[in-house]
Write a protein that binds this ligand. Structure first.
Ligand SMILES: *Cc1c(COP(=O)(O)O)cnc(C)c1O
Length: 430
């Protein structure tokens, strides 16, 4: 046999093998070559046999050239920011695929002249919210706020209640975002209470606009009061309302959650929202409202730095015009059907020797929407050690830890993924 290191196959030989060559055309030659080199190194170090280099190379190759991989969301948090918030509908996924090539995103096909960027997505927004005179889309909700502050209140004041100075996540705070644009904050009221008179006292020649921010990730209860949108309109300064979650119309399951149509009807001049929360679409910042104000935002130089790409526009339009989104489907699930799914999953796991039980669970909307709302859900309960193993699996499954158990909450999971889930748990049990 001689020195096994001499039997390690040459790089070109491994790269020439049909499955490796196919992977190289899919993933790029550099990435595949690195996997080959790594397998060769392991063979030389005696960690694997030289004959295993090909198999080890293939095993180490990722499924796509991107490090972002699909995972199963069994956390019971429908809009999980760390898991990319809203999963797109199939219609939106198809639209993104179509838009990924060369497109007419900024070309009028009837005249051949330059067209308005994303016109059909904006039209879809205005059809969904007829009370809005105009619409504009930027990169995310924070970008929309920054653009409004810059275009309408730079070197001037934004009047905002103290109870609405929200930290949105990862240490980012709306008040700091606003002042970073050169606007000044004029805080009114106390943490728990603010009155219309507080706003009236603060509004003056320095005011750029009055801002209301929906406390989308916390609730304060007790001795509280805030001023409804209707009581703040007609103050001679624009009223901008950050509703957060992007509901366009009232939602029967989320009575406390503000929506764009109702907020505009109540007198808001501009409404700002995210695209990837309850709207169930791509990451985007949506601005709806009075044409003159929307135009000031859209024509501001900063707008060019915040604009969205064709993939976002395509996904947003398909979300608005297409069938119900996965987020909407998750909100509609009732406990009885979730329990039925959980029982099937637990039975399949018990059959495979896994200690799995069904239990009631309480899911949440998450992602800065409908705080305090509990969604009646069902879960499959596993021993705690499964949580880590499932996260390391293919595909990774994200579970919830509760009272020392690993819970697979089904609220945010599409039923078509139940079989994949069963397979993942079986593999994790080995
Ligand atoms: C989520 C949220 C934001 C930030 O929106 P992004 O799209 O995450 O940038 C701003 N305001 C409120 C009230 C929110 O809930």
């Amino acid at each position: 046999m001689g020195d096994p290191r001499r039997r390690v196959p040459a790089t070109d030989d491994v790269l020439g093998a049909a499955p490796v060559a196919a992977a190289a055309s899919r993933l790029g030659r550099d990435l595949v070559k690195r996997a080959v080199h790594d397998a060769q190194r392991r063979a030389r170090a005696g960690e694997i046999e030289p004959e295993q280099v090909l198999a080890a190379t293939l095993e180490a190759l990722p499924e796509s050239a991107s490090g972002i991989r699909p995972v199963l969301n069994a956390t019971g948090v429908v809009l999980h920011t760390n898991l990319g918030r809203a999963p797109l509908s199939q219609a939106a996924i198809d639209a993104v695929r179509e838009a990924a090539g060369t497109t007419n995103v900024e070309l009028d096909l009837t005249t051949g002249a330059r067209g308005k960027r994303g016109e059909s997505a904006l039209a879809a927004l205005l059809e969904a919210v007829p009370g809005a005179e105009a619409a504009h889309v930027v990169n995310n909700g924070a970008a929309a706020l920054a653009l409004a502050a810059t275009a309408l209140a730079r070197d001037r004041e934004i009047v905002l209640a103290r109870g609405e100075l929200v930290e949105i996540g990862d240490g980012f705070r709306i008040p700091e975002l606003l002042t970073s644009t050169g606007a000044r904050l004029r805080e009114v009221g106390a943490t728990n209470r603010v009155h219309r008179a507080d706003y009236l006292d603060a509004v003056g020649p320095e005011t750029g606009f009055v801002l209301k921010v929906h406390p989308s990730n916390f609730v304060i209860s007790g001795f509280t009061s805030s001023v409804p949108v209707a009581e703040l309109s007609g103050l001679d300064v624009p009223l901008v309302v950050d509703i957060g979650s992007g509901l366009l119309r009232p939602h029967p399951a989320l009575p406390g959650e503000p929506d764009a149509a109702t907020t505009l009807a109540a007198g808001a001049d501009l409404v700002i929202a995210s695209g990837d929360k309850l709207l169930g679409g791509p990451q985007a910042g949506i601005v709806l409202g009075r044409a003159e104000l929307v135009r000031r935002l859209a024509r501001h130089p900063l707008a060019r730095a915040l604009r969205v790409g064709k993939l976002t526009l395509a996904a947003l339009e398909a979300t608005l015009r297409g069938p119900d989104t996965p987020v909407e489907n998750a909100l509609r699930r009732d406990r009885a059907s979730l329990l039925g799914r959980a029982e099937k999953i637990a039975a399949a796991l018990n059959e495979a020797g896994v200690d799995a039980h069904v239990q009631h669970s309480s899911a949440t909307v998450g992602g800065g929407g409908a705080p305090g709302v509990e969604l009646a859900s069902a879960a499959v309960r596993l021993p705690r050690l499964f949580a880590e193993r499932l996260r390391a699996g293919h595909p990774p499954v994200l579970a919830r830890l509760e009272r020392g158990h690993c819970l697979l909450d089904l609220a945010a999971l599409d039923p078509e993924h139940d079989e994949v889930l069963v397979r993942a748990v079986r593999e994790a049990a080995l």
